[in-house]
Write a protein that binds this ligand. Structure first.
Ligand SMILES: [Fe+2]
Ligand SMILES: [Fe+2]
Length: 282
């Protein structure tokens, strides 16, 4: 078995993606979905329900009266917030472990993932784009390929680093040159194997190469931007750090000035402080 085959084979060792969360993703893709449809799907899942109530009643929402049920949560925090809590909590199991090859201690990939998801809202607001659970999910799961690739990166870190220095490659480019695949492409394949909608798959697959995306350009570009800003904000900077291929066109397209970025990062830090309680590694 060559290295690429070994990497692809190891995808099968990932825990199964929860069926309820998969169903929620399909529902939010469908414009005919009502909030009630989502509640219908999750109401029998005790752990999701408990998580929704816990987050609703946390400092993040600062509600004056406690929320007691999913139906009440829907009214009090709205459909998008409800879906985002379900997706964030429902996918957290993927990200808690340390990512050794990337030199991210336990919980750091999770912090980075949540930072990107929050940035998708902050940046969409600032850029006057519509906020969608799809965009939120693509940002949240963009680095899922790292979960699988971390062990292979650890075993080949010397070679990857040498390529970065001697061949002038980005870290992600050196991953591909060394292992036959990088974490973005691998993440896209994982998302496909979980039957994710094609726009989320594209957001994950092209988050380092937005200029290569054949479609879903807005979503892919925003996912790229969220990742860059989340790294600048000090989350997820491990072995690869800021060693990524710059997509100058994307940065120019958004035309964010230094002042904008400072404000965006300050807003992110404020929100991260409030979600810190549910970012804790169990
Ligand atoms: Fe990445
Ligand atoms: Fe990332």
């Amino acid at each position: 078995m060559n290295l690429l085959e070994a990497v692809l084979q190891s995808v099968t060792q990932l825990p199964p993606f929860p069926a309820v969360i998969q169903r929620v993703l399909q529902l939010v893709e469908d414009p005919k979905t009502s909030a009630r449809d989502v509640v219908e799907v999750i109401q029998y899942d005790q752990s999701i329900t408990a998580n929704v109530l816990m987050v609703c009643n946390s400092a993040y929402f600062a509600l004056h009266r406690p929320v007691h049920s999913l139906a009440e949560a829907l009214v009090r925090i709205g459909f998008n917030n409800l879906v985002e809590i379900i997706l964030t909590r429902g996918t957290s199991f993927l990200f808690f472990q340390a990512c050794q090859g990337y030199q991210l201690p336990s919980g750091e990939l999770w912090r980075h993932s949540v930072a990107c998801a929050l940035l998708s809202q902050i940046l969409a607001d600032r850029l006057k784009q519509k906020k969608t659970p799809i965009q939120f999910t693509a940002a949240l799961l963009h680095d899922v390929g790292k979960v699988v690739l971390a062990g292979f990166v650890r075993d080949h870190l010397e070679e990857i680093r040498t390529r970065v220095q001697e061949e002038n490659l980005s870290f992600v480019g050196a991953e591909k040159a060394t292992l036959g695949i990088d974490h973005a492409e691998l993440g896209g394949r994982i998302a496909e194997s979980w039957n994710f909608p094609p726009d989320i798959v594209a957001g994950i697959r092209y988050h380092h190469t937005p200029f290569l995306a054949p479609e879903f350009h807005d979503l892919v570009s925003l996912t790229y931007l969220c990742d860059v800003v989340a790294l600048m904000a000090g989350t997820g900077g491990g072995a690869d750090g800021l060693s990524t291929d710059g997509a100058k066109e994307v940065m120019e397209q958004y035309a964010l000035a230094a002042q904008d970025l400072e404000e965006v990062i300050a807003d992110l830090n404020g929100r991260m402080n409030k979600v810190e309680g549910f970012l804790k590694v169990p």
